[in-house]
Design a protein around this ligand. Structure first.
Ligand code: SAH
Ligand code: MG
Length: 880
């Protein structure tokens, strides 16, 4: 709450006058527009990222007024004060019917003729019309562009709110009362000023020269089977553009043309133009589903999509070309996936990421903004975000949950999402909840376009959905998108290592730097539409950054990047995505269409990996330890391998194979090594490095020649597989914290009771050490950029971590497991010094089996998939 300030300067602004008269009795309430609803928790409104708008309510003893919406708080307060002054000095309110007549008479005045108003241009252009149309201004246009006029009609007769034809008749009737000055043309449904404008008025806004102007527009036939068609209109300055559009629609003149509200951006002049409905035309058979869907209002017959009109900014006609690509992009902009792809300017590459991990790794429009855009594109009210504070078990600070509600135009609940995830930062909670909603909406709409209307609820998610409140929109959606399989490119599952290394044509020397989950990856790419003898460039990006492992790009690109090192290039073909995506990317529809009709078409991608930014955890582990922490973990494991003369090792959660790879550099007793992981991308990378190392080193007698057999298996380490049973040594380095605590315990039970390794080494971060790591962390500008307090430790080292334990927590977990399964356990670690607070950076538990290996487990259990298999065969090797 702000009260009227007192200034000792002599100011005569409205606020100062109000203050003089009312003093502290004038109360100003400034509110942010589009703020988050605070749902019973005052003070939790989060300032939004974009420019904020304000509205001010001024309460005076007698009455209160609300200001216009302003960019600044001060302006809003002044605007409220001004309105209050008007009210204080206003004569008793005039009869709206009289106001309507005086408004009309103003519109036909000399003054209005020379203003910059979206309507005044039409008055000027009307003078260019020929014959009996000369000077006639269509009533449709007057009602459409002068909101005062239509608002007055509605205040006289509220029930005509949604009946534009009745509003127009009312204006027409009012005009007959101005018969001295305004001529009413009943046949043309238009009005004209009777006396000519004085020459000086006309000259004051005369166009400097008669320019030839052609604009590109798109014709949208009402028959969905017909493609949209590009066409060109001649809107040279000696013509009235509405007449030109009328001709394009087969209408007699401008008075028969109706306009939609703007489509796309709220401020755009892009509209659909269509023939005024004739009574007999109002039949579902003529409904234009695509035009209705784009505009959110029901449109009959053929339509024209064009960007043209007079604005507040200039007296000249504003226009831009609308191409087929514009049309397809407008369609994309109505679904969350499409909004995201467009925001990344990567229609053929970007995908809406599956989840919101960290703000610093998110590229493109943020989930919350995508949701707001979605609501706006469907003329729905702003989504309502409510933050619910909760107590943090780990500290005194508050943490938050966020709920989202999507409402219909009539304020009925459409969707309610109430995820249980807790966040330290309010904005993260909001982004997370928004991300769930948009992902869900994306999936829902995809199913709808495939005519599978079985999905009507949240499907076990924390989400309620009431589709009946947007049934009209959903109906249009399924009509328009019938042929789409959503906006996703063909998301076939990434294949195993052996076929795709070849099909991706990776070129250039391999480097040490390659991405793993959580890395930020930067690529350059080009996408071509190719047929046997021809190709067309569709999309190109010199620098495109995305978070690896978050499904932020098409699956093929992520698979390629998983196997390329920095500096390497690849090119590959994918199956055709929905045609509409191609059209949205294509600069030349007719050429794309002719290529597509040639058959045998495909999309060809060329990409180069430019750089990889590792997650903070990896950067810290490299920068603050020498040798790096991961190297120290490997050395630690090697020590145990040597000590125990192990021959069979299994690496649980081997990732991209850093441990297995390093083991090949040491002369050890190992003969058989197996890596298990659930990430096919990581396994593909592991296969690539192990394969090249084993095949070259076996010819050159380097240490690894002791290895007889190596295998990579795709599967979850919480599930038993007999091939991994009874190894001499099991390693599980920095894996458990990537699973939920329940899963980690399940793994502990499965590994000790079923896999039964003689020795098991488990490492995981020591949470207590984070203080040290983060104090001296090499921060990049991207790290926690929205964090107001950069010295505050981030919760975990890597946002993919589901937990990080203290020494005590780890000790309890490991001790309970060892007791239960008859193992001994010892604790150790790497990074830091034993016994010195706060312990090791990476804490390690070493389990030793007390008993003999139990009888062989169920050997039929082989759920893991073999991704890669290598056997020594007299210097020859083989792989699947
Ligand atoms: N041990 C590797 C990788 C650590 S990252 C190293 O030290 O470099 C954690 C790995 O655990 C990831 O590759 C992830 O895919 C894997 N992982 C997580 N949950 C798993 C599960 N249930 N089964 C198998 N692997 C899992
Ligand atoms: Mg980790």
């Amino acid at each position: 709450m702000v009260t009227g300030g007192s200034s000792n300067k002599e100011v005569v602004n409205p606020k100062a006058i109000i203050h003089k008269r009312f003093g502290d009795k004038a109360r100003y309430n400034v509110e942010e527009i589009q703020e988050f609803a605070s749902n019973g928790c005052p003070g939790l409104a989060i300032p939004q990222k974009g420019p904020c708008l304000y509205r001010c309510c001024l309460e005076l003893p007698e009455f209160s007024v609300v200001s216009d919406i302003c960019k600044r708080k001060k302006e809003a307060m002044q605007s409220a004060a001004e309105k209050a002054l008007e009210k204080l000095t206003d004569p008793p309110v005039e009869d709206p019917a009289d106001q309507l007549i005086s408004r009309l008479s103003y519109l036909f005045s000399n003054d209005f003729y020379s203003t910059c108003h979206p309507l005044s241009g039409h008055f000027r252009a009307a003078l260019q019309r020929e014959g009996h149309l000369n000077g006639l201004v269509p009533i449709t246009v007057m009602c459409f562009f002068d909101s005062k006029l239509s608002n007055l009609c509605k205040s006289i007769k509220p029930e005509i709110e949604s009946k534009p034809l009745e509003v127009m008749s009312m204006v027409m009737d009012a005009a007959t009362r101005l018969s001295e000055t305004v001529f009413t043309s009943k046949e043309n449904f238009s009005l004209r000023r009777i006396s000519p404008y004085p020459p000086e008025v006309i000259q004051s806004v005369e166009a400097s020269c008669q320019q030839e102007t052609y604009i590109k527009v798109i014709q949208v036939p009402y028959l969905v089977e017909e493609n949209v068609k590009p066409s060109t209109l001649d809107v040279s300055s000696n013509k009235y553009y509405m007449d030109v559009i009328a001709r394009g629609l087969g209408a007699a003149d401008a008075s028969m043309v109706m306009l939609s509200r703007s489509v796309g951006k709220a401020s755009s002049e892009t509209r659909l133009y269509f023939h005024a409905p004739k009574k007999d035309l109002e039949d579902g058979a003529f409904m234009n589903a695509r035009a209705s869907y784009l505009s959110g209002q029901i449109i009959y017959g053929d339509a024209i999509l064009a960007t043209i009109g007079y604005t507040w900014k200039s007296c000249d006609l504003f226009h831009e070309d609308v191409t087929s690509s514009t049309y397809y992009r407008l369609l994309m902009n109505k679904v969350p996936t499409g909004i995201y792809k467009l925001s990344r300017e990567a229609v053929l590459v970007a995908e809406l990421p599956a989840r919101f991990g960290a703000r610093s790794n998110w590229r493109g429009l943020l989930p919350r903004d995508i949701l707001c855009t979605f609501a706006r594109q469907h003329q729905l009210p702003e989504p309502v975000f409510s933050l619910v504070p909760a107590k943090d078990i780990e500290g005194p600070e508050e943490i938050y949950r966020c709920e989202v509600k999507l409402l219909s135009k009539g304020q009925d609940l459409i969707l309610h999402c109430y995820p249980r995830d807790l966040f330290k930062k309010q904005s993260d909670a909001v982004q997370n909840a928004s991300s769930k909603v948009i992902s869900w909406l994306g999936d829902y709409l995809k199913k709808l376009s495939m005519q599978r209307e079985d999905l009507t609820n949240g499907n076990g998610l924390d989400l309620d959905f009431y589709p009946e409140h947007i049934s009209k929109e959903l109906h249009f959606f399924s009509l328009v998108h019938k042929s789409w399989s959503g906006f996703e490119a063909n998301s076939k599952k990434v294949q195993a290592f052996s076929d795709n290394v070849c099909s991706y044509n990776i070129q250039g020397p391999d480097s040490d730097i390659f991405p793993s989950n959580g890395c930020l990856v930067c690529v350059c790419y080009s996408v071509f539409l190719v047929t046997e003898g021809d190709k067309e460039l569709l999309e190109k990006n010199e620098e495109f950054e995305f978070e690896f492992g978050s499904e932020a790009v098409i699956p093929d690109l992520e698979a390629v990047v998983a196997q390329t090192g920095v500096g390497q290039s690849a090119h590959f073909r994918v199956e055709m995505p929905p045609r509409e995506l191609i059209f949205a990317a294509s600069a030349d529809l007719s050429r794309s269409l002719s290529l597509l009709s040639a058959g045998g078409c495909g999309l060809e991608y060329t990409t180069t990996l430019l750089r990889v930014t590792e997650p903070m955890e990896d950067r810290m582990e490299k920068a603050q330890f020498s040798p790096s922490l991961s190297k120290q973990r490997v050395n630690y494991a090697v020590g145990h391998i040597k000590e125990s003369s192990a021959t069979f090792l299994v690496d649980f959660g081997c990732g991209s194979g850093s441990l297995l790879d390093s083991l090949l550099d040491y002369p050890t007793s190992l003969e058989r090594i197996i890596g298990v992981d659930i990430s096919t991308k990581a396994l593909a990378r592991a296969a690539k490095t192990l394969h090249s190392k084993l095949s070259t080193s076996c010819n050159t007698q380097t240490p690894c020649s002791g290895i007889e057999y190596a295998q990579l298996l795709d599967g979850s380490i919480t599930t038993f597989d007999s091939r991994v049973y009874g190894c001499d040594i099991g390693t599980c380095l920095e894996v458990i914290e990537h699973m939920s605590e329940d899963q980690a315990t399940l793994f502990g039970n499965v590994v000790l009771s079923s896999f039964c390794p003689k020795l098991l080494i488990i490492s995981t971060p020591n949470y207590e050490y984070n203080v040290i790591l983060q104090k001296s962390a090499p921060q990049t500008p991207e790290d926690d950029m929205d964090d107001k307090n950069p010295t505050k430790p981030c919760k975990f080292r890597n946002f993919d971590h589901k937990f990080e334990w203290t020494r005590e927590q780890f000790r309890i977990w490991a001790s309970e497991l060892s007791e239960k399964h008859n193992y001994d356990v010892e604790f150790s670690g790497v990074g830091g010094v034993d016994g010195v607070e706060p312990g090791f950076a990476s804490q390690i538990a070493v389990f030793r089996r007390r008993s003999e290996l139990p009888a062989d487990k169920d050997s039929a259990a082989v759920p893991y998939k073999v991704v890669w298999d290598w056997k020594r065969t007299n210097g020859l090797e083989g792989h699947v």
